[in-house]
Design a protein around this ligand. Structure first.
Ligand code: AMP
Length: 453
């Protein structure tokens, strides 16, 4: 994918609260088009430091406006030093864990740079390499990539990374969870040492701290809100629900038209498909996104959800990562997350930016232990009660109970391979690279000195 924009004369937006942050006038104009009137807290905190050229660690959850928090100042920096000399090279490299997130960041950069003639390319797995190789050959101001695909292409000698001025690791915690560390290490070793490095993560774990020591120079830590704390704009409701009644409870909830745009989380791909099938039986429009869906199918489902053609999107954790859909009114945790930190990511899909949202979680008896552990992580008591007006004495439908299926479904384990980044070949790519089976990353002859050993 390759976006290129003309270079019109910018108008001035000096009265905007964004103007005081030092952003380029053409970007202020584009922000005004987006309808942003004031910067979010993470944007206020990071934009001036990034424009100044500092390395930054931003601890912020998704939905806080963190993409703009790093893309807006980077655009400003790139525009200030715009030069044609490096046209075939990549100037700013953004690594993100999933293809969906890559596409969303690229769309944001394209929107924010619509008046500034910046070029943007993307690299991610599951689609043809050819257009991505062509874009790398051409060079771009911004390359946004998943580590697995970029490692594949870089190892084949595609792309010139010798002039990268800025590296961003977005959702760094998630990239580590997905096993991308070896791929990231290989990629970063091929970049110039003199560069700005920004790292964004929802949590600040020991692994993340190690990564910043390795890749950043005296980084400025910017933390917005408490670590691992769900966005404050989300109302969290937890309802007791026997496993066998989950689907009935979902239908009961969906009788309320206030649940207009609903993201449902399922634990497995199989479970997600099953929920959709049952919703179809109730004439409720829905679609599922998970790792068994092709990239085109996922994009179509997301688009239909964004356009309001379907009311419910059912997702597994990995497929949902980074979904940037405004207006999600409710997130429903049909299945409790396996990884407790996913709870925070899941509910952050609603209540994005400054909007309000509601997260509803079904709690079975088996989930109670995890619920207590989750409370410790987020540092907050979560009250779990009965759903008002729901008939708990009703017979479960004459179907195999959900929990029974989950425990015995041989495919249930497929989710864990999905979690480890298999769709992008990231894990395998990373390990193989670490074992030296790939050619060195980066175009031969253009690597900086002290590149891969
Ligand atoms: P993010 O945390 O980057 O995933 O952003 C979440 C959502 O907030 C996206 O839909 C952005 O378009 C939107 N957004 C970002 N900055 C602002 C802002 N200053 N005002 C309103 N919405 C924003």
């Amino acid at each position: 994918m390759y976006y290129s924009r003309p270079f019109p004369s910018p108008t001035h937006f000096d009265s905007m609260p964004f103007a005081s942050l030092g952003l380029d006038a053409s970007i202020l104009k584009a922000i005004a088009d987006q309808g942003y009137t004031e910067p979010t807290p993470i944007q206020k905190a990071t934009i001036p430091s990034i424009i100044e050229g500092l390395d930054v660690i931003g601890v912020a959850q998704t939905g806080t406006g963190k993409t703009a928090a790093f893309t807006l100042p980077l655009l400003t920096r790139l525009l200030r030093t715009k030069s044609n000399a490096n046209r075939a090279r990549v100037r700013c490299l953004i690594l993100a864990p999933t293809r969906e997130l890559v596409v969303q960041i690229a769309e944001n950069v394209a929107a924010y740079s619509r008046y500034s003639g910046v070029t943007v390319a993307t690299c991610y797995g599951g689609v043809s390499e050819r257009p991505q190789i062509a874009a790398l050959r051409k060079g771009c101001d911004f390359l946004i990539a998943t580590p697995g695909r970029l490692l594949d292409l870089g190892s084949q000698g595609h792309g010139d990374f010798s002039a990268v001025e800025c590296l961003v690791l977005d959702e760094a915690d998630r990239m580590l969870d997905m096993g991308f560390l070896p791929a990231i290490n290989t990629i970063v070793r091929a970049l110039p040492k003199e560069r700005q490095t920004l790292m964004f993560s929802a949590t600040l774990s020991r692994e993340i701290e190690t990564l910043t020591k390795q890749f950043q120079k005296s980084p400025k830590l910017i933390e917005v809100g408490r670590r691992s704390n769900p966005a404050e704009t989300v109302t969290q409701l937890l309802y007791e629900c026997p496993g066998a009644l989950k689907q009935v409870m979902l239908h009961h909830l969906l009788k309320d038209p206030a649940l207009a745009m609903v993201l449902v989380f399922a634990r497995t791909k199989h479970g997600a498909d099953r929920i959709c099938r049952k919703l179809a039986g109730e004439k409720i429009t829905s679609a599922a996104i998970h790792a068994n869906r092709s990239q085109a199918q996922r994009q179509r489902a997301l688009q239909a959800f964004k356009n309001g053609e379907i009311r419910v999107l059912v997702a597994t954790d990995i497929a949902s990562r980074g979904i940037d859909v405004d207006g999600i009114t409710h997130v429903i945790n049909f299945d409790f997350p396996d990884q407790l930190e996913d709870y925070v990511h899941r509910i952050g899909r609603t209540g994005r930016a400054l909007a309000k949202g509601t997260a509803i979680t079904f709690i079975t008896r088996e989930n109670l232990g995890d619920l207590r552990r989750l409370e410790k992580i987020i540092g907050k008591h979560l009250h779990c009660g009965k759903l008002p007006g729901f008939d708990y004495s009703q017979q479960a439908p004459a179907r195999v109970p959900e929990d029974f299926v989950r425990e015995r479904d041989p495919r249930a384990g497929a989710h864990s391979s999905e979690r480890q980044g298999r769709p992008q070949g990231g894990r395998h790519g990373g390990y193989r690279a670490a074992q030296g089976k790939y050619r060195p990353f980066g175009r031969p002859g253009t690597r900086r000195q002290g590149g891969p050993k």
